[in-house]
Ligand binder design. Structure first.
Ligand code: HEM
Ligand SMILES: CC(C)=CCC/C(C)=C/CC/C(C)=C/COP(=O)(O)OP(=O)(O)O
Length: 330
């Protein structure tokens, strides 16, 4: 398969959900396939607060408002990049560049989604959560899409702050302020983003090079990118362990169960570092990066359940018993 063909089908081969049916134009521009993981990190931010679990109406308003804000951000990103998308193989068929959706309709959709998100979060949650959601929207559209993406190869190191804001929205929704746990998950998503996206960017570098977007693989090549990915993967693995101390309950169990996730992340990033040009290795890492973050958020949520708390206490008792026995035998 030629490079161009692989790049053309790169989207289908790489982005997990691309094999599904095409969505209606007005839904496609909202980038709905990103929203489940963004909401998972929002839930993770909530579960890290002492106020977890939330009353159902507050939980529903937070998730609904977060989804609407992320959708609005996606539409605004597609609006701003419609000309650029039209020139890249992966995105040329999108609703705006292909004319399946008008700019006017998309703009009205973006304004409606933004207003609906703000109203739902202010009325059903609190002003801090609403303000943070709008900050996430603005940082994705203005800071990343408009300012950083076309200018610097480190665009997602800073631009990643946009995708890391949903945990802050969740923490603010649960407790009315952002505690240490919320900031920890914010930081974890920040350091997770480069490995997530640069693995994909390795597969799409011809696309980005053709339109002059200075993604790291275009500017520095596959070897430097794979090294940077390894650096951030290690940073992610270390940062994830802080959850053991920051979770209000079930931290020991979380700390044990996060180890295989980190092992796989480091294994895949090391494999890519050994063969940076091997496209399947980049694909494997990109796909796993999504499962990894779902896994982290799933562990955070589960560790706050009654079952996990009981199990965690037993594991902690066992560990204390073993350590006492080891010390006694020395
Ligand atoms: C600035 C930071 C980020 C960049 C530049 C980025 C970039 C991308 C790109 C280009 C795609 C392929 C999209 C497509 O072809 O339709 C993608 C897919 C994806 N991203 Fe990221 N991403 C970022 C942050 C995030 C964050 C924070 C999350 C969630 C917490 C996330 C979740 C996903 C998911 C779930 C997919 C797969 C979507 C699908 O299956 O169609 N990304 N990302
Ligand atoms: C709270 C809140 C609303 C936060 C916003 C979070 C958000 C929507 C993050 C999106 C991250 C992402 C997938 C960027 C890709 O943009 P891209 O332009 O590089 O992707 P593309 O090339 O596929 O269009």
């Amino acid at each position: 398969m030629t490079q161009a063909n692989l790049t053309l089908s790169g989207r289908d081969a790489v982005v997990p959900s691309r094999r599904h049916l095409r969505l209606p134009p007005w839904l496609e521009v909202a980038k709905p396939r990103l929203i489940p993981l963004l909401l998972a990190t929002t839930l993770g931010g909530m579960a890290l607060s002492e106020s977890w679990p939330l009353p159902t109406p507050q939980l529903a308003c937070t998730m609904g408002g977060g989804a609407l804000a992320a959708a609005a951000a996606g539409v605004l990103n597609c609006l701003w990049e419609r000309e650029l998308d039209g020139r890249m193989a992966r995105t040329a068929g999108r609703a705006l560049p292909s004319g399946r959706l008008s700019v006017r309709t998309a703009f009205l959709l973006a304004v409606s989604l933004t207003m609906a998100a703000a109203m739902l979060l202010v009325a059903g949650v609190n002003c801090l959560a609403a303000g943070l959601a709008l900050l996430g929207l603005c940082s994705y559209v203005l800071l990343y899409t408009v300012v950083l993406k076309p200018r610097t190869s480190r665009n997602i190191v800073v631009g990643g702050v946009a995708g890391a804001i949903p945990p802050l929205v969740g923490a603010a929704a649960a407790a009315g302020h952002i505690g240490l746990g919320g900031w920890w998950l914010f930081g974890l998503v920040m350091v997770w983003t480069p490995a997530h996206f640069w693995a994909l960017a390795l597969l799409l570098k011809d696309d980005y090079a053709a339109v002059g977007i200075p993604m790291l693989p275009v500017v520095k090549g596959a070897l430097v990118t794979s090294r940077a990915i390894g650096h951030y993967a290690r940073l992610t693995a270390v940062a994830s362990l802080a959850g053991t101390a920051l979770l209000p309950s079930g931290g020991v169990l979380y700390g044990l169960l996060v180890l295989p996730l980190n092992g796989r992340l480091l294994q895949l990033s090391t494999a890519l570092r050994q063969q940076p040009e091997e496209r399947q290795r980049a694909t494997n890492l990109f796909r796993f990066s999504i499962l990894y973050l779902f896994g982290i958020c799933g562990l955070i949520l589960w560790s706050r359940s009654g079952t996990a708390t009981l199990l965690g206490q037993q594991v902690q008792h066992l560990l204390e018993h073993w350590s006492t026995g080891i010390l006694a035998s020395l």
